[in-house]
Ligand binder design. Structure first.
Ligand code: ADP
Ligand code: TMP
Ligand code: MG
Length: 213
């Protein structure tokens, strides 16, 4: 028996971190794993990239660093699942693909950033979430949230492209898209909890961990 892997995805400031904490508080012995994990050495380069627009890195490099940052902590995550802990992921590989893919569309160029297979390949071998929740919110509601605009990707035009890419690349299976427009933190928390309880995602499972192939 193992714990389950629950992923919360969404645009910047859509409420992922807020809801991750709420879910963590509701599931005993659970852990939150947040990507990017800015506390590691790779994470500190990512943090510099996101917070300092003068810090230049080729798109290919930063894309691979985001993936490398996931690989840094993956064994610990797998061990925790196997020891019966639920893990709540705050972003994961779908953020990796959607944000990088959006760069090619914004600049209207064809390169590795427009090649979904290339973008996906460094994440092959990572464990697949048992459940993915996508918090879907209108752009104007995100714009007005506290702190929106502080980091590199927090620009409305860019976020609009990212949203359409998320909806394009998220798989059909195991994904729930939640319309959280005009919903309070408590209302979103309730929507999420209903899905968790219905699917027993807060309980241990016999299913072996599956991996991205
Ligand atoms: P993310 O992790 O997706 O970037 P956060 O959880 O940090 O988003 O939330 C961004 C901001 O929006 C925070 O100030 C948070 O308190 C606020 N917020 C989160 N959820 C809601 C909600 N449902 N309604 C209004 N404000 C919210
Ligand atoms: P955060 O606000 O959730 O910490 O995310 C930081 C930013 O990094 C956010 O704009 C999304 C972006 N991102 C990627 O571009 N690729 C990735 O693989 C991840 C995890 C995040
Ligand atoms: Mg967050």
């Amino acid at each position: 028996m193992r714990g389950q892997l629950i992923l919360i995805e969404g645009l910047d400031r859509s409420g992922k971190s807020t809801q991750s904490v709420k879910l963590h508080e509701s599931i005993k012995d659970s852990f939150i794993v947040k990507f990017p994990d800015r506390s590691t050495r790779i994470g500190s380069i990512i943090n510099e990239y996101l917070t300092n627009e003068d810090f230049k890195l080729p798109d290919q490099s930063i894309h691979l660093l985001f993936s490398a940052n996931r690989w840094e902590v993956i064994q610990d995550m797998i061990d925790k699942l196997n020891n019966g802990h639920t893990i709540i992921l705050d972003r994961y590989i779908y953020s990796g693909i959607s944000y990088s893919l959006s760069k090619s569309q914004l600049s209207n160029t064809k390169n590795e950033m427009s090649d979904v297979d290339w973008l996906y390949s460094p994440d092959k071998g990572l464990p697949k979430p048992d459940l993915t929740l996508f918090l879907s919110l209108e752009l104007d509601q995100i714009n007005s949230r506290a702190e929106f605009g502080e980091e590199r990707y927090e620009k409305t035009e860019f976020q609009k492209i990212v949203k359409s890419n998320f909806l394009k690349i998220l798989p059909q299976e195991g994904v729930k898209i939640l319309n959280v427009n005009d919903k309070s933190i408590e209302e979103v928390q309730k929507m999420i909890w209903e899905i968790i309880e219905q699917g027993d995602y807060n309980k241990l499972t016999n299913n072996p961990i599956s991996y991205f192939t």
